[in-house]
Design a protein around this ligand. Sequence first.
Ligand SMILES: CC(C)(COP(=O)(O)OP(=O)(O)OC[C@H]1O[C@@H](n2cnc3c(N)ncnc32)[C@H](O)[C@@H]1OP(=O)(O)O)[C@@H](O)C(=O)NCCC(=O)NCCS
Length: 122
Amino acid sequence: MRLNAEKRKTNSEFNFSIMYNDVHVGGIGVRLDPFRPHVGEIGFFVDEKYWNRGIASFALKQLEEFITSNLKLNRLEIIAARENKAAQKIAANAGYKKEGILKKMLLVEDHWYDCYLYSKIF
Ligand SMILES: CC(C)(COP(=O)(O)OP(=O)(O)OC[C@H]1O[C@@H](n2cnc3c(N)ncnc32)[C@H](O)[C@@H]1OP(=O)(O)O)[C@@H](O)C(=O)NCCC(=O)NCCS
């Protein structure tokens, strides 16, 4: 919590809990590029027990409302692993355009993953 407050103060990250029927089921946030402060990368996760109920999609809509009301960004990005069909669907459904592939962008437990780059321009 303290770390999140510090990140907000320095305008570098804005993170939120995702609540569903009063249960904390995930998180969503936007991280501003330190060298290009008009660019924000969105990340999100939802507890597996709650997948496929539209929770992340709804949280993304709410985060975008926060961003357009409070931050001066002209480009939002979502980076989704090639295997991550759900994240790709969420991005496409929300109007993000697939710009290309980022090779070996993500390292998880000694395995490198290629990712798709999605963006929305304001
Ligand atoms: C990605 C993640 C956040 C999705 O959360 P969620 O609350 O289940 O997402 P939603 O229910 O809003 O939307 C999921 C969409 O993906 C679709 N989907 C799910 N699994 C799919 C699959 N295997 N193939 C194709 N589409 C799939 C769903 O049908 C839904 O699309 P629809 O609304 O058009 O029907 C969740 O799976 C997660 O936390 N994953 C691990 C972390 C992660 O990958 N984060 C994203 C990195 S930015």
